[in-house]
Structures are given as structure tokens and as C-alpha cells.
Write a protein that binds this ligand. Sequence first.
Ligand SMILES: Cc1cc2nc3c(=O)[nH]c(=O)nc-3n(C[C@H](O)[C@H](O)[C@H](O)COP(=O)(O)O)c2cc1C
Length: 324
Amino acid sequence: MYGLLRKLLFAFDAESVHEWVLQITCRLQPLGLLLRPLTQVSDPVTVGSLQFPNRVGLAAGFDKNARWIGVAEALGFGHIEVGAVTPRAQPGHPRPRIFRLPQHGALRNRMGFNNEGLEVIARRLRGWQGRRRIKVGVNLGKNADTPLDQAGLDYQKVIDGCASVCDFYTLNVSSPNTEGLRSLSQVDQLDALLRQLRWSRPLWLKLSPDEDMDAYRQIAAKARDWGLEGVVFSNTTARRDPPLDQVDALGGISGRPLLKRNLEVLGQIQFSVPVIGVGGIFEAADGLAYRRAGASLIQIYTGMIYAGPALPSRLARALRKDGP
Ligand SMILES: Cc1cc2nc3c(=O)[nH]c(=O)nc-3n(C[C@H](O)[C@H](O)[C@H](O)COP(=O)(O)O)c2cc1C
């Protein structure tokens, strides 16, 4: 059934469709109660110091402004990462900036951390306090015009501003759409950044799929000492290896092309903290493959666009069956 709807939705600009869908489904949210018997999967799992209702989360960037928490809950997600949130509101790159690549089961995006800013988003999150059952993480971003050597100040502002309204943070040093950001994921820079930051909720680190194995090995070894509670693997890829070599070079690619590489990396690297697997999960078998590769939790974004809104509960059910 979603196949038909998808055909219709794919006839329009991707970001416009995203906005309409978010708005309409927010209005329909009260009907979510009716969906609950179909969508809710109870599979409590402890990751670091947090207990999640199940293993499936909505990846960062889908709900940049914390408007969709109730809908995500109704669809059966166990957690959601909102943002990326930057201290000040910013418009991101000019539109159009999300492109579908149906032949690859992928999206290319160059959003550039468009969001309504810390103050608005923290206020919205405060409204959810005590009313939500899923865990909410804040994806930490820096403003585009903040110099890289002051990125830590931006991250710290968002950490402090959301301390009482979220369950965890994800340090995003891996978006390809903010100039220079990825250089912060080099081990020595990361080391300096993490020594500088102070946080009072669990902190996850989100990595790019484009680093080399040596870099992953070093990060994997240090993650626990840095005080991280999770590594999110991965963000979008800036690479254009075949069959993506004809795709426009701007922006990050998400979806199917990430799956194989991500599973390979996770198969080879032993992180010293739990792994949250994300990238190219479109069906139960993909989620199970991440579990086998060691992921404690999984997240989806592009799969929601291609496989539809039943995907989170389908995945949560498959992972529950899969055992402890
Ligand atoms: C339009 C779009 C915007 C995104 N924005 C963010 C973001 O703000 N922060 C972040 O950490 N990841 C962001 N991502 C990356 C996703 O969270 C996810 O890591 C990536 O898309 C791979 O998962 P997928 O293959 O299931 O989409 C974004 C992805 C897309 C497609």
C-alpha cells in the first residue's frame, strides 16, 4: 500500500513532501492511539546508563526541530534524535537540497544544519517532559559561521541548554554539509574537544563512514576513556565510489549504498562502548545484520522514505524475536 503513496509523494520536491508529511501527521497524532496496538513493540534494552523501550530509533535530521516526537512514538520508535541543533537558528543551504536517487535506494542531501535554534527547540522539548515514553536525544551541531576552533563553545551551549529536557546527546562531527566539521573527528582534535566539553547526560559520538580503518581503531579504543556511552555509525557518505560515481558531488548520500561498508567496518572494529548502527536499513534482514555485527540499537532515516512508516515496528519486532 505504501508503494502507491510513495509513487505519488515522489512526484514532488523531496523537502516539500517531508514538510507536508510532518505537518499532516502531527495534526493526526491523536489518532496515534488507535495505531498503538499495531505499532508498539516492548523490548526493553539497556544501553550504557539508559533503558530504551525497544532497539529502533529515528536517526537525526528527520525531525530537525523536535516537532515529531509524538508521531515517532505512535509509529513504534523507541528513541529519536532531534536536530542537529545549533545555538542560533540558521537557514542551512539554499533549496533544493534533498534529492532522491531511486535507482540506488538512496538520498543525497546538503541541508547544512537548518534548524530553529536551541531556544525554540529546548522549549519544545520541555513541553514533552513527563509526557513521552520514548528516549529523546539531541544531535549537537555548530553554527555555520562559528569558526571551527570555537566549535566546542557551540556544542557546550546546546549541551547546557538541553540538559534538563533530553535523555542523551550525540556529538555530530561527521556531517559533510558543514565546512570543515569532519576534521573534528580526527583523533587528536576529538581528544581535545572531548576534554573541553562537560556533559551531564550520556554522550554518543556520531562518525562518518568515510574514515580509514586506522582512525576507527583509534577512536574505538579511546571511546570508553573519553566517557562516551555510544558510537553512532554512521552518518552519510561524501564518497562517490561506483555505482555512485555519476552522482553530483555535493552533499552526503544516505540509504542502501551505506549498508555493506558499514557492516564491514562494524565487523572489523571492536568499539569499547555500545554501537548504534545506522545506514541503509530498509528491512528486517538489514536490522538483524547490524545486530549480528554488534550494534545494540539501530536507527533509520532513508528507509522511512523508501519502505514507509510501518518499518520501525517491523524492525523492532524482528529484533525482539532475535533474542537477548
Ligand atoms: C536529509 C537528511 C538530513 C540529515 N541530517 C542529519 C543531522 O542533522 N545530523 C546527523 O547526525 N545526521 C543527519 N543525517 C544522517 C542520518 O541521521 C543518518 O545517519 C544517515 O542518513 C544514514 O542513515 P539512513 O541510510 O537510514 O538514512 C541526515 C540525513 C538526511 C537524509
